[in-house]
Design a protein around this ligand. Structure first.
Ligand SMILES: *Cc1c(COP(=O)(O)O)cnc(C)c1O
Length: 370
C-alpha cells in the first residue's frame, strides 16, 4: 500500500527526483530554466512550498470545490520573491556583476539583498519612506542592504533605479529583469506537479503583475509539453485604492493597507492584460475591509498567517463566489508571510488580550472564565 503510494508519487512527479532534500528551484527545474553549466547557482533552497487545502473556504463557496493555498510565504525570506531572485542573482553573478539595485515595497529588497550578499555582491534598495512594513525593513537591514528611503512612492523609486542601472555598472533586479519571471514560473510547475493537473482557476494578487505573468508562462510551458491537459483561468486581484489594472489607468497616489501591492503604474501591465485575455481571466478590485477580513479568517480558521496583500487572492475568490464553476479546483497564491507586517497583525485581530493580570491562580482562572 505504502509502496504503491510512493510509486504513484514518483511516477506523477515531473521534477528531477535525484535529490534527498529539496535542492532549490533551479536545481529542481534546471531543464526548464535559462542556465548553463557555467551558471553559479546562488540558492537558499527556495521553492518546494506546500499546497494546503483550505477547507473553511471550500465550505464558504459550497459548490463541491477544492480550494488550495500555494503558501509561498514559506520561502527563505518569507515571500515568492525568492523564486525570481535565485535566478536573477545567479545570472548577475555569471555576468560578473558586483552590485544590484531595486525599488521595493519591501519584499523585493529583502530577497534581493539576501541572495546578493550570499553571492558576494552589494545590494542597494530604494524604498518609499514610511510605507514599508517593519518586518521587511528589518530583513533588508540584517542581510546588509544599503537602504535609501526616498520621499515618494514605489513608482517614483522604480523610475530612479531604472535610470541608475542604465548609467552605472549595477544590475536591476526588479521584475523588468527577465530572469525574475523565469524563476517565478516554477511555482506553476510545482502546482501542476502536486495536483497532477493544472487547476481551473488560479487566484493571485497583482502589484507589478510579474507573478501573474510568470505563473501563466509556467502553466503554458507544462501544457505545451503535454504535462498538463488544460490551462487555468487567471484571476488577478488588486486593492480598491490601488487598482490600475482593473481601472485600466495609472493611479497617481495608490493607497491600501496591503503595502506589497501599493503600486499605481505596474511594470508588467501589457503582459498582464495579455494573460487576462489569453486565459479568459478576470481582474477585480477588493476593498481593504474584505482583505483584512480574509486575512483574519485564514489565521483563525486555517492556521495560516499571510500578508494582507496575499489575502487578496482568497478575498477575491470569495467575491467571485457566484461565478465559480461547480466541482472546480482552485489555487490561491499566498505570496508572503504574515510576520512581515506585525503592525497590521496587532491592529487587526479578534483575539482576547487582557493585560495587567496579577500572577495568582484564582485571578488568572477568573479572567479565563472559570
Ligand atoms: C511583490 C508582491 C506581490 C505582487 O506581485 P507582483 O509580481 O508585483 O504582481 C504580492 N504580494 C506580495 C506579498 C509581494 O511581495
Amino acid at each position: 500500500m505504502v509502496k504503491q503510494l510512493i510509486n504513484d508519487f514518483k511516477k506523477n512527479f515531473k521534477r528531477n527526483s535525484n535529490f534527498t532534500q529539496w535542492p532549490g528551484l533551479i536545481e529542481a527545474y534546471k531543464e526548464w530554466l535559462p542556465i548553463s553549466k557555467k551558471t553559479p547557482i546562488i540558492t537558499l533552497q527556495e521553492g518546494g512550498t506546500p499546497l494546503i487545502e483550505l477547507k473553511s473556504i471550500n465550505k464558504i463557496i459550497d459548490k463541491n470545490v477544492k480550494v488550495y493555498a500555494k503558501y509561498d510565504g514559506l520561502n527563505p525570506t518569507g515571500s515568492f520573491k525568492d523564486r525570481g531572485m535565485t535566478m536573477a542573482i545567479s545570472k548577475a553573478k555569471e555576468e560578473g556583476c558586483k552590485a544590484v539595485i531595486c525599488a521595493s515595497t519591501g519584499n523585493t529588497s529583502a530577497a534581493a539583498t539576501a541572495y546578493a550578499k550570499k553571492g558576494g555582491m552589494k545590494s542597494f534598495v530604494l524604498i518609499p519612506d514610511g510605507y514599508v512594513a517593519q518586518g521587511k525593513l528589518a530583513q533588508a537591514l540584517v542581510y546588509g542592504a544599503e537602504v535609501l528611503a526616498i520621499k515618494g512612492n514605489f513608482d517614483k523609486a522604480l523610475k530612479i533605479v531604472q535610470e541608475m542601472s542604465s548609467k552605472f555598472p549595477i544590475t536591476l533586479v526588479n521584475s523588468v529583469n527577465p530572469y525574475r519571471l523565469q524563476g517565478q514560473k516554477t511555482a506553476a510547475f510545482e502546482v501542476v506537479d502536486a495536483l497532477g493537473e493544472a487547476p481551473d482557476w488560479l487566484c493571485i494578487p497583482m502589484g507589478n503583475a510579474g507573478n501573474i505573468t510568470a505563473y501563466w508562462m509556467g502553466f503554458n510551458e507544462y501544457y505545451q509539453h503535454g504535462i498538463s491537459k488544460k490551462l487555468p483561468q487567471m484571476m488577478g486581484f488588486q486593492a480598491e485604492g490601488s487598482a490600475p489594472l482593473v481601472l485600466g489607468r495609472t493611479i497617481d497616489n495608490p493607497d491600501t493597507i496591503a503595502t506589497a501591492i501599493r503600486i499605481g503604474n505596474p511594470v508588467n501591465k501589457e503582459k498582464a492584460n495579455i494573460v487576462k485575455k489569453e486565459s479568459n481571466g478576470k481582474f477585480i478590485a477588493i476593498s481593504d475591509k474584505d482583505i483584512i477580513n480574509t486575512y483574519k479568517l485564514l489565521g483563525e480558521e486555517e492556521g495560516i498567517f499571510c500578508e494582507p496583500a496575499s489575502a487578496a487572492s482568497v478575498a477575491g475568490l470569495i467575491k467571485l463566489k457566484e461565478e465559480i464553476p461547480k466541482n472546480s479546483t482552485i489555487v490561491c497564491v499566498l505570496t508572503g508571510n504574515g510576520l512581515k507586517d506585525p503592525d497590521c497583525a496587532i491592529q487587526n485581530n479578534e483575539a482576547v488580550f487582557k493585560s495587567g493580570i496579577e500572577p495568582e491562580l484564582e485571578i488568572v482562572a477568573k479572567s479565563m472564565g472559570f
